[in-house]
Write a protein that binds this ligand. Structure first.
Ligand code: PHE
Length: 472
């Protein structure tokens, strides 16, 4: 055909070089940065968490991100945008397809519950805008509002009838962006959303940093003490296997690495588009949002108003309870609240579309039913999955259960499989060459050995420890 794509670029493609970086960064920056990270850090002893966290970033997170960018672009040029095809082009083995199926199922399952929390953020943004969240300085009022909002007061479900339309709107936005395509939908949205997120988050950060010690009967709980909670290292915790597990899990979740998400996005790249610097840039942007914005906003705020100490606060408590308390203490709090939840919502949308797109690509490739058909099937799957979680589960516990099995257990399996495929089936010599096609930086050679030996060994050890601790 006349308009067949040139051999060095895939059929669907990003509109610009920065587009794919922003899309991957948008995938990475999400509720994981602003809610899950502070929650994990708080539950694992604050400063104790940060050392395993940064070690995991360096020996797992960034190297694995490079792997995914590299094999994704490689598979994309062979004509595949979804994991089964990409894995099969990297590892010529029947089994590769089945691993690929896992890389489609995991993001889909995460979407099922992630989109719920995303919709809560939209609901809270609207409530702030309408002035429905001016509840004064009674700490409990916000917890009650939250329970009422999600419907937990009525029947234990995760969505009350009155907020259902918000969930529907959230679905509509996600599916619209998928339907528009990676360049016109996802890329365009990320180009607007990410700068907006930086501005909104920095506004809230400045507010938190200038709080002083606002709780009259706890003058010792000031910003510095809150920051100390996060940054004072605790070397004893390095001996705790669970801290390592939590840290590695957070790195994967936050960078969107190990899920089959980055391979999907990078499969729309051209042959000579850089993957080395792009991968590093997207990962760094994520860490900026996570550590500098997510952590330093949420942890001091929670520490000051709720007196958080290790292990006492849930992910939801932080976002939907601690922060509203911060806003209640300040003039114009309504607008800071609006900024915060709008920011959270944007961050969540750029992540949830990245969970849907691999599934969309898979349906399009596997079923050959065209764009509209694939979006329609995906929509049915989404409604069934999210509906089940939202309306048939007893309370918030189910989110932790799903997050555990999908977000931690299945994820470790897939991440390990991916790094082994790269290091041992594809081979690090070929891998290194491929990684440097069109590259603007040189990835140090030792990273290849790290990927072949250290990352899998580290993953295996952490995974074994994890199984021993958590499985019956
Ligand atoms: N990284 C996203 C976040 O931090 C979540 C995510 C997980 C996105 C898995 C895609 C795949 O919120």
């Amino acid at each position: 055909a006349i308009d067949a794509p040139p051999p060095d670029s895939p059929a669907a493609a990003w509109g610009s070089r920065i587009g794919v970086i922003l899309a991957v960064a948008g995938s990475a920056v999400g509720l994981g940065n602003f809610l899950r990270f502070p929650g994990q850090a708080a539950q694992n002893g604050g400063g104790a968490f940060m050392i395993p966290y940064f070690i995991s970033l360096l020996i797992l997170g960034i190297p694995l991100a490079w792997v995914e960018w590299t094999i994704g672009r490689y598979g994309g040029l062979k004509g595949f945008n979804s994991a089964p095809g990409i894995y099969a082009s990297v590892w010529r083995n029947r089994f590769a397809k089945y691993l690929g199926a896992l890389a489609v199922l995991i993001p889909l399952s995460i979407y099922f519950y992630y989109v719920l929390i995303e919709a809560w953020c939209l609901g809270y943004a609207i409530d702030y805008l309408m002035g429905n969240l001016n509840l004064g300085t009674d700490v409990d009022a916000y917890g009650d509002h939250f329970n009422g909002f999600v419907g937990a007061n009525e029947n234990g479900a995760l969505f009350s009838g009155k907020t259902l339309y918000i969930l529907a709107a959230t679905f509509a936005l996600n599916f619209f962006l998928i339907w528009r395509g990676v360049d016109k939908g996802i890329e365009t949205f990320c180009k607007i959303a990410i700068p907006a997120m930086v501005v909104l988050a920095v506004i809230v950060l400045i507010r938190v940093m200038t709080l002083g010690a606002p709780v009259a009967d706890a003058p010792e709980r000031d910003v510095e003490a809150g920051l100390g909670f996060m940054w004072n290292p605790d070397f004893k915790a390095l001996l705790n296997g669970e801290t390592w597990l939590a840290a590695a899990g957070q790195i994967f979740f936050s960078l969107s690495v190990g899920f089959g998400v980055v391979i999907n996005y990078s499969s729309y790249m051209k042959r000579r588009d850089d993957v080395a610097l792009s991968g590093l840039t997207a990962s760094s942007m994520n860490e900026f949002f996570e550590v500098c914005l997510g952590g330093m906003i949420t942890l001091p705020a929670a520490f000051i108003f709720l007196g958080v100490s290790a292990g006492t606060l849930s992910t939801f408590g932080l976002g939907f309870n601690a922060l509203p308390n911060v806003f209640a203490q300040m003039p114009g709090g309504q607008w800071f609240g609006f900024a915060w939840f709008t920011m959270l919502f944007l961050a969540a949308v750029t992540s949830s579309v990245s969970m849907l797109n691999p599934v969309f690509a898979f349906l399009e490739e596997a079923l050959q039913i065209g764009r509209n058909g694939a979006v329609a099937v995906l929509l049915v799957l989404g409604i069934l999955g999210t509906g089940t979680i939202a309306f048939f589960s007893e309370g918030l516990m189910v989110l932790d259960t799903v997050d555990f099995w999908i977000g931690t257990f299945a994820l470790f399996v897939l991440a390990l499989a991916q790094v082994l495929m790269y290091g041992w089936a594809f081979g690090i010599e070929k891998g290194e060459r491929e990684m440097h096609v069109g590259a603007h930086i040189r990835v140090p050679r030792f990273v290849q050995y790290l990927l072949k030996y250290v990352s899998p060994a580290f993953l295996l050890i952490v995974f074994t420890a994890f199984c021993v601790q958590n499985l019956p």
